[in-house]
Design a protein around this ligand. Structure first.
Ligand code: GAR
Length: 227
């Protein structure tokens, strides 16, 4: 069992995004913090490409942004990992969120931030995950498979694609007339709630990881302690 204690003060989060990320999940975290629903604040957004709507959203809010391209000529996986790690350490971040980040994270980052890295995925994992499963591909596969429910998953990141212990899932019904686009829209609304809840649990409340299971601590109220 691994106990991951939360930070009840003001945890600092970095967000990683790939080139095409719109940044709507990032926006959900920014809005929840501004509304006082989340103590955790996003202090750094790192993109793989400079042209990204997510980076633009961050800049508009005065959040630090960096472009660190894994594709830079001559750059190895190890050097990409070291560059990311340096950026995260310099900002003193407590955790990392992958919000529309379509690569496998360098192993050094996984090791350094174990159980403090979250990834959001637009299906009910372990179904419809893995390499190549992103965006509308996921929803098209869900419809083709004929399943009646899908949803959003936020999980802890381990060494592989979409395989880490699950923190939060939200279920969405698949309608007979759904297209990948209509389904994506409803799932995205759930993603925005799921990511805020998962960040609160992992970064603020604290969790226990028992095998593949994430146990969320019961929140005690003063009433529960009353005689
Ligand atoms: C989200 O739907 C997220 O689940 C997906 O990328 C989108 C990013 O949207 N991630 C994956 O498919 C990872 N396999 P956003 O930029 O609007 O937050």
């Amino acid at each position: 069992m691994q106990q991951i204690s939360g930070n009840p003060t003001a945890p600092r989060l970095a967000v990683l995004v790939s080139g095409h990320a719109r940044g709507s999940n990032l926006q959900a975290l920014i809005d929840a913090h501004a509304a006082g629903e989340l103590l955790t604040s996003v202090v750094l957004v790192i993109g793989t490409h400079s042209e990204s709507a997510a980076l633009e959203r961050a800049r508009c809010k005065g959040i630090d942004t960096l472009v660190i391209s894994p594709m830079k000529p001559g750059r190895t996986e190890t050097e990409y990992g070291d560059t990311l790690l340096q950026a995260l350490s310099r900002r003193n971040v407590d955790g990392v969120c992958l919000l529309g980040y379509m690569r496998r994270l360098p192993l050094t980052i996984v090791a350094q931030f174990r159980n403090r890295i979250l990834n959001i995925h637009p299906s009910l994992l372990p179904l419809f995950g893995g390499q190549g499963m992103y965006g509308l591909n996921v929803h098209a596969a869900v419809i083709d498979a004929g399943v009646k429910v899908t949803g959003a998953t936020v999980h802890l990141v381990d060494e592989d694609y979409d395989t880490g212990p699950i923190v939060v899932q939200q279920v969405v019904a698949v309608n007979d007339d759904d297209t990948p686009e209509t389904l994506a829209k409803r799932v995205l609304e759930c993603e925005h709630k799921a990511i805020v809840e998962a960040v609160r649990l992992v970064m603020e409340t604290g969790i226990e990881v028992v095998g593949r299971r994430v146990i969320t601590k019961p929140t005690t109220t003063s009433q529960e302690h009353a005689p």
